[in-house]
Write a protein that binds this ligand. Structure first.
Ligand SMILES: *Cc1c(COP(=O)(O)O)cnc(C)c1O
Length: 660
């Protein structure tokens, strides 16, 4: 019997496929431009420096990492992309300020909770130096990390709930000359700060976070609105200002802060919040507050590749439009109130870091119903419905009209029903049923390919076939570890193969991870298809690796540590573009992923103890004659050799020839 299923693409003389078609189907330009694109070789490529001479081929990078024995999955950090994002944000505000003739500056502060990795923070600060970029911290640990990083002029905005030791550390920071501003999040923090200031005889400059009435938008809106757990209501705000005035300290209040949530989807929401907070700013200034900074928080969105109106993973504005909205709105309200324009601050995190990391995940295996590797022969004495299914499959090539194709499909369904019922009644053996199912699914995939080429409204059978023939792609990663927001709040991330993009993706794939959970799967995808419950992918070629790239992973996702199923952090490679290198890149640093022993230690299992228990087991079995001493010792060695290994699968182990 011919392996027809594999050939359906060619058999139906489908139109040729080009790299542009891949870019289209994975919507690469939509979420990736100008950094990620499909090159002429059909590979994912990176244009980090916005010049043709330094584009990097992701397949070349992956090959190099394989040569160096790096364990996959691996997170690629494109440091030049990170730097480019910093420049773009700051330049967008410079443009807006220039165009509006706005009377003050803009200062970006980077909220380190979005990606705390030291190398990321260092790179951001280095790229942000010409723009005076600062940091935002939201916890004591982040403050400890951030305090020595900046120079005296850069802002260090200290948000989050602060205890006495955090408040006094911020005060010490100011006395050391740092521009560290404690932002009062609730009234009791203000009371505590007053007490500390009185005892120390030093009154720090401070800021305050106000709770706006403007509700946030999108999936993260819980951190905003009048019921938010953060910030002071306007009544508390005025009472705080009166207390400061009473002590002659109103000039110490230098910063007004708000944050309406992450990934603001609609620019109107941003403008409304900016209008509200600037009104408050202007009134506080008129009452004598020494405010100089207006901090609009985070929320600058990233386009994850789906449309704003259809799905809430899209945003309806550009970086420049965001900057314009902030600058023009604040300017307009300040002018109306006759107050001086403040230094504008934003705490954009997602927009700075999301693009720079790409997670490379090997596909370990696929499961498809029409698996062409399963070979059966139809014997002459096979049951009639089995032979009928074979006849249907053989006939399909000769059929041309949609009507006939559907008729064949209905026949096949009927025959399969007969086979299943004969089997249940003990009239047909498992061998014949397996043969029948295999014939049926191959017919279905041939039918589907043919029906897809038909013009006009597809019959309902097509959707049914599409759903039935979706393959599971087993991927070497953990959703809980690397894509927590997908699991928790349904955030879609763009995913595409790094290679074979000059080839039509003929399979419908659903990605499943290594964890033992039924929700360890990617449930919706970014693609040009109306149905986003699957990703178009290629059939695996036996013995050839197939890697998927997960994009926009640099914000929030790539540092969330999670002990789920004891996978841990993935390996990382830090990559710089350089036109003088053979493939336009060099790898600055490789950080290995978490070893099994480190993950185990987090839950209190230690190699010594485990070794002792395992050797007791082996010794007892040697004594009992179950295994020979040399065998037993080899098993013990094999067990111990796992400790320093990486927690993920080794794809090189898996790249064996497929059977058949
Ligand atoms: C999380 C957070 C940010 C970062 O928001 P993005 O949407 O990533 O820009 C900024 N400020 C505060 C107070 C935050 O809690």
């Amino acid at each position: 019997m011919s392996v027809r299923a594999q050939e359906f693409d060619q058999a139906r003389d489908a139109p040729a496929w080009s790299v542009a078609d891949s870019a289209e189907i994975y919507r690469t330009a939509n979420w990736g431009a100008p950094f990620f694109f499909v090159n002429d070789a059909g590979h994912v490529a990176v244009n980090a420096m916005n010049e043709a001479a330094t584009t990097m081929d992701v397949v070349a990078i992956v090959d190099e990492l394989r040569r160096r024995g790096v364990q996959f999955p691996v997170l690629l950090r494109f440091q030049d992309v990170l730097r480019a994002r910093v420049r773009r944000l700051n330049e967008a505000f410079r443009n807006a300020i220039g165009e509006a003739a706005y009377g003050n500056d803009y200062r970006a502060v980077y909220p380190i909770k979005v990606n705390q990795l030291h190398e990321v923070v260092d790179e951001l600060l280095d790229a942000g130096k010409p723009y005076g970029m600062g940091l935002e911290c939201g916890s004591k640990a982040e403050l400890v990390a951030a305090l020595p990083q900046l120079d005296d002029d850069s802002l260090l905005v200290c948000n989050g709930v602060k205890d006495e030791s955090m408040l006094s550390l911020i005060m010490s920071g100011q006395r050391l000359g740092r521009n560290a501003i404690p932002v009062i999040e609730n009234y009791s923090e203000f009371v505590e700060l007053k007490r500390l200031a009185f005892n120390a005889g030093f009154v720090p400059r401070l800021g305050v976070r106000v709770r706006l009435a403007t509700p946030g938008s999108g999936r993260w809106s819980a951190s905003s609105g009048v019921n938010s757990k953060f910030g002071l209501g306007v009544a508390e705000l005025l009472s705080m200002l009166r207390e400061l005035e009473a002590s002659g300290l109103a000039d110490r209040l230098v910063l007004l802060h708000c944050h309406i949530g992450s990934q603001i989807a609609d620019i109107r929401v941003l403008k409304q919040a900016a209008r509200e907070v600037t009104r408050i700013y202007a009134e506080l200034v008129s009452r004598g507050a020494g405010l100089r900074y207006l901090d609009l928080g985070g929320g600058l969105g990233v386009n994850y590749g789906r449309d704003h109106l259809e799905h809430d993973a899209g945003i309806n504005y550009s970086l420049q439009e965001y900057a314009n909205a902030v600058v023009f709105t604040v300017q307009e309200i300040c002018a109306a109130h006759g107050v001086a324009e403040p230094i504008l601050v934003t705490e954009s995190g997602r927009a700075l870091t999301a693009h720079h990391s790409v997670l490379i995940v090997p596909v370990l295996d696929t499961r498809s119903k029409d698996n062409p590797a399963l070979e059966f022969t139809v014997a002459d004495d096979a049951a009639e419905p089995v032979r009928a299914l074979d006849r249907i499959l053989c006939r399909l090539d000769a059929i041309d009209t949609a009507g006939e194709l559907l008729e064949a499909f209905h026949d096949a369904n009927e025959r399969l029903g007969e086979v299943r019922s004969l089997f249940t009644h003990g009239l047909l053996d498992l061998e014949q049923r397996a043969l029948a199912e295999s014939l049926y699914w191959r017919s279905c995939s041939t039918l589907l390919a043919a029906l897809r080429n038909e013009t006009g409204t597809p019959p309902p059978e097509v959707a049914e076939l599409e759903r039935q023939l979706t393959d599971l792609y087993q991927c070497d990663f953990s959703i809980f570890q690397s894509m927590l927001d997908h699991w928790a709040i349904g955030q879609p991330f763009p995913i595409m193969p790094i290679d074979r993009l000059d080839e039509r993706p003929t399979r419908r794939g659903v990605l499943v991870d290594l964890t033992c959970d039924s929700d360890g799967r990617v449930s919706h995808y970014v693609s040009a298809n109306a149905d986003n419950s699957f990703l178009p992918l290629h059939a695996l070629n036996p013995g050839e690796p197939y890697y998927l790239a997960f994009f926009l992973m640099g914000a929030y996702e790539d540092i969330v540590g999670d002990a789920h199923n004891l996978f841990g952090r993935v390996s990382e490679a830090h990559i710089y573009a350089d036109p003088d290198e053979p493939d336009n890149f060099w790898i600055e640093k490789i950080i290995p992923g978490t070893a099994i022993q480190d993950m185990l230690a987090q839950v209190q299992y230690f190699p010594n103890d485990l070794h002792r228990r395992m050797s007791e087991l082996v010794r007892a079995k040697i004594h009992a004659g179950v295994v020979r001493p040399t065998q037993g010792i080899a098993m013990l060695d094999q067990y111990m050799a796992c400790f320093p290994q990486n927690t993920y699968c080794d794809p090189r182990d898996m790249e064996r020839e497929a059977p058949g």
